[in-house]
Design a protein around this ligand. Structure first.
Ligand SMILES: [Zn+2]
Length: 152
């Protein structure tokens, strides 16, 4: 980050940063690749840029960018589908019964898409938990815990 990036931070940015710190977020040594602002890690583990107000995703060595962004893109799709359903609901409610069929079909398609999306998100989350568990296992030292139990 260049020294000038800090100076570009507005009062609004500073306010957002102090609110982040108050909420338990920690400021990282890393800076936003877009604006140079310091990044913050939230309590849920996600990292955000307080200036761009966007999540920042770290790519692991050799990790594919699309794969890293997958959960975020899917969440955006979910939110778009919900927004369409929200708009559709009152239209359906005020439609004449003989005009309702295409609306119901559209609602059904949206619900089907949400169902598929949930399934996909669940599979991705399970896959990642599996990766994390595999990564943590050596550090947990389960076998050592057993050894520490008093002999019977
Ligand atoms: Zn930024």
């Amino acid at each position: 980050m260049s020294g000038t990036a800090w100076k570009k931070l507005s009062d609004e940015d500073i306010k957002r940063m102090s609110e982040l710190l108050k909420s338990g977020a920690t400021m990282l040594a890393d800076t936003c690749p877009v604006c140079g602002s310091p990044l913050f890690r939230l309590r849920d583990g996600s990292v955000i840029c307080p200036h761009c107000q966007k999540k920042v995703v770290y790519l692991k060595e050799g990790e594919n960018e699309d794969r890293a962004l997958e959960p975020y893109v899917l969440e955006e799709v979910r939110s778009s589908l919900f927004s369409l359903l929200r708009k559709l609901a009152p239209v359906m409610a005020s439609a004449d019964p003989d005009e309702a069929l295409p609306l119901v079909q559209l609602a059904n398609s949206l619900l089907e898409a949400l169902k598929s999306l949930s399934e996909l998100q669940r599979r991705i989350a399970e896959g990642r938990r599996g990766e994390l568990a595999g990564f943590r296992r050596p550090r947990v030292g389960r076998a050592r815990g057993v050894e520490l139990r008093p002999p019977r």
